[in-house]
Design a binder for this molecule. Structure first.
Ligand code: BES
Ligand code: ZN
Ligand code: ZN
Length: 522
């Protein structure tokens, strides 16, 4: 059976609660007064504006039950809305991101489309003694607004009646630094939303050829250069991993390479080339090591690594970051069929390493391995980061709270942990030692793709991949199988894909434009 030849639809078709969010002051802007908790009625004087505003705040504080918790909102008649930011010494990016998310839902409910945000006087330092940076708070707020203003209604049919999206939301704050951050945060949130929309697209539509067409469109719209290695070329290049995993699908595998090449890189970024590689398995049946007992449901999200790389490339292009970055997608669908690969096959990879397939469900590492060895040889990276929904084991180990990550290079680790702190996308490091690498050696070929002794699965994945990255190139592997999607609504995300990694990778790229890694020490 062949997939219908589908052209990629326009990139923005989801209709969220508000059609768009922009930074502008409307003529009838309703004041939204942000307040800190626990300041007591006198805390009103802590807001910068006086008169009507402090009156509003007084009335909110006098309202039984209003505690100014993070994201708590209260409409005071038609005069305005009071938004809680929680306790002043607890204020951080995460709290402000959550407040933005809750505010956009409240504005939707209240039917307000034009608001002017007034910020309270904030303490200079947070509880950890870190200086509070108003632009970064603005950014987090913008991220929260954009992420919460997303829903996936592209497949609403005749049986669904949803309230149509409201017109654009115009929003502006009384602080220029906050507004600058807000603008960046909205763009980052929207890039993550693009990733979420692509992620939610079902596998009967989103197959490898559709991903290639979508990447071409995205490249064109964002001024990125693109190169596609198609099935034939992959065969010619000896990419046994990609070719074996993807060949039983009617939609053939490919490698997509997008590049953002600024004319003038920042001084710190001169000569740097960050390469982001994403596992893009549009559907993972497991192959002949078939997934059973409903384990297959949800495997449309096995492409989220690649989709996050696409979103990050868009965010990087939007911000015109002065650093060279490439995004590489290893795209395949893992199916069964007469020409599918089997357990026991021995395949030869792009870098000449041979692999005995012990499990066709450990396919992500096979497609990534070829993409990474190609990237090391042809793209001259100074750092390489792969993102992949690689193992169920990482979900068992870390749940949906953080991604598992592997990185043996101090400097890159500092950069990643800094980007993680900034974005709130948490990572937790796991070990990768010689013992783990030896665990992946085979009897009949150089390597096996999965050790039949069922131990340390997330590390096995990383250990396998390590054979395909040039030792001299700093490398990090992010296993996002637990964080790529959520099964129930949370503060920032409705049920479905989260776009995890888009903001972290954009921050990581931004970090390369500065000299010293931020956050965790290098
Ligand atoms: N795509 C899966 C990993 C996965 C599992 C993601 C559950 C999200 C939720 C991957 O290709 C896979 O099947 N991994 C196997 C590896 C094993 C066969 C070595 C796993 O984790 O069970
Ligand atoms: Zn699999
Ligand atoms: Zn998979």
């Amino acid at each position: 059976m062949r997939h219908a030849a589908t052209a990629a639809p326009p990139l923005y078709t989801a209709r969220p609660m508000f059609k768009s969010i922009s930074i502008a002051k409307g003529s009838n802007a309703t004041p939204v007064i942000a307040v800190l908790a626990g300041a007591g009625p006198k805390g009103a004087s802590k807001t910068r504006s006086r008169g009507a505003v402090s009156d509003l705040v007084e009335r909110a504080r006098a309202t039984p039950g209003f505690k100014a918790d993070v994201g708590e909102t209260l409409a005071v008649d038609t005069a305005g809305v009071v938004l809680g930011l929680g306790k002043g010494d607890c204020i951080d990016n995460a709290a402000v991101r959550k407040a933005g998310a809750k505010l956009v839902r409240a504005l939707d409910r209240m039917g307000l489309r034009s608001v002017a945000l007034q910020l309270p006087a904030l303490p200079a330092h947070d509880r950890a003694g870190e200086r509070i940076d108003i632009e970064r708070l603005g950014r987090a707020f913008g991220e929260g607004l954009a992420l919460a203003n997303w829903r996936f209604d592209q497949f609403d049919g005749e049986a669904t009646r949803r309230t149509p999206a409201q017109g654009p939301l115009a929003l502006v704050s009384d602080d220029d630094d906050f507004n600058a951050g807000l603008k960046r945060g909205l763009l980052l949130g929207e890039a993550a939303n693009l990733t979420r929309r692509l992620g939610a697209t079902p596998p009967n539509i989103c197959h490898p050829e559709w991903v290639v067409a979508t990447a071409r469109r995205l490249a064109k719209e964002n001024g990125l250069s693109i190169k596609v290695i198609d099935f034939k070329e992959a065969q010619r290049l000896g990419m046994g991993g990609l070719v074996s995993v993807g060949r039983a699908s009617a939609s053939k595998p490919a490698i997509v390479i997008l590049t953002h090449a600024p004319r003038r890189p920042a001084p710190a970024a001169r000569g740097e080339h960050l390469v982001l590689v994403g596992k893009t398995v549009t559907y993972d049946t497991g192959g002949y090591s078939l997934k059973v007992n409903n384990g297959m449901k949800g495997m449309k999200y096995d492409k989220m690594g690649g989709m996050a790389v696409l979103g990050a490339m868009k965010a990087i292009a939007d911000a015109k970051l002065p650093v060279r970055v490439s995004g590489v997608l290893a795209v395949a669908e893992n199916m069964v069929g007469g020409d599918a690969y089997r357990p026991d096959d021995i395949i030869s990879m792009h870098n000449g390493v041979t692999v005995e397939v012990t499990n066709t469900d450990a396919e992500g590492r096979l497609v990534l391995a070829d993409a990474m060895s190609y990237a090391c040889r042809k793209l001259d990276p100074t750092a390489i980061v792969d993102v992949a929904t690689l193992t169920g084991g990482v979900v068992v180990a870390l749940g949906h709270f953080s991604a598992g990550y592997f990185c043996e290079n101090d400097r890159l680790r500092g950069r990643i942990e800094g980007a993680s702190q900034e974005s709130g996308e948490k990572v937790w490091r796991l070990p990768l030692w010689t013992e783990h690498r030896d665990f992946m050696r085979g009897a009949h070929a150089d390597l096996i793709n999965s050790n039949p002794q069922r131990s340390a699965h997330p590390i096995q994945g990383a250990a396998f991949l390590s054979f395909f990255v040039d030792e001299k190139i700093p490398w990090a592997h992010l296993d996002i199988a637990g964080v790529d999607s959520v099964e129930r609504d949370s503060d920032l995300h409705v049920t479905g894909p989260t776009g995890w990694g888009v903001r972290l990778m954009a921050d990581l790229a931004e970090g390369f434009t500065r000299r010293a890694p931020r956050g965790a020490s290098a």
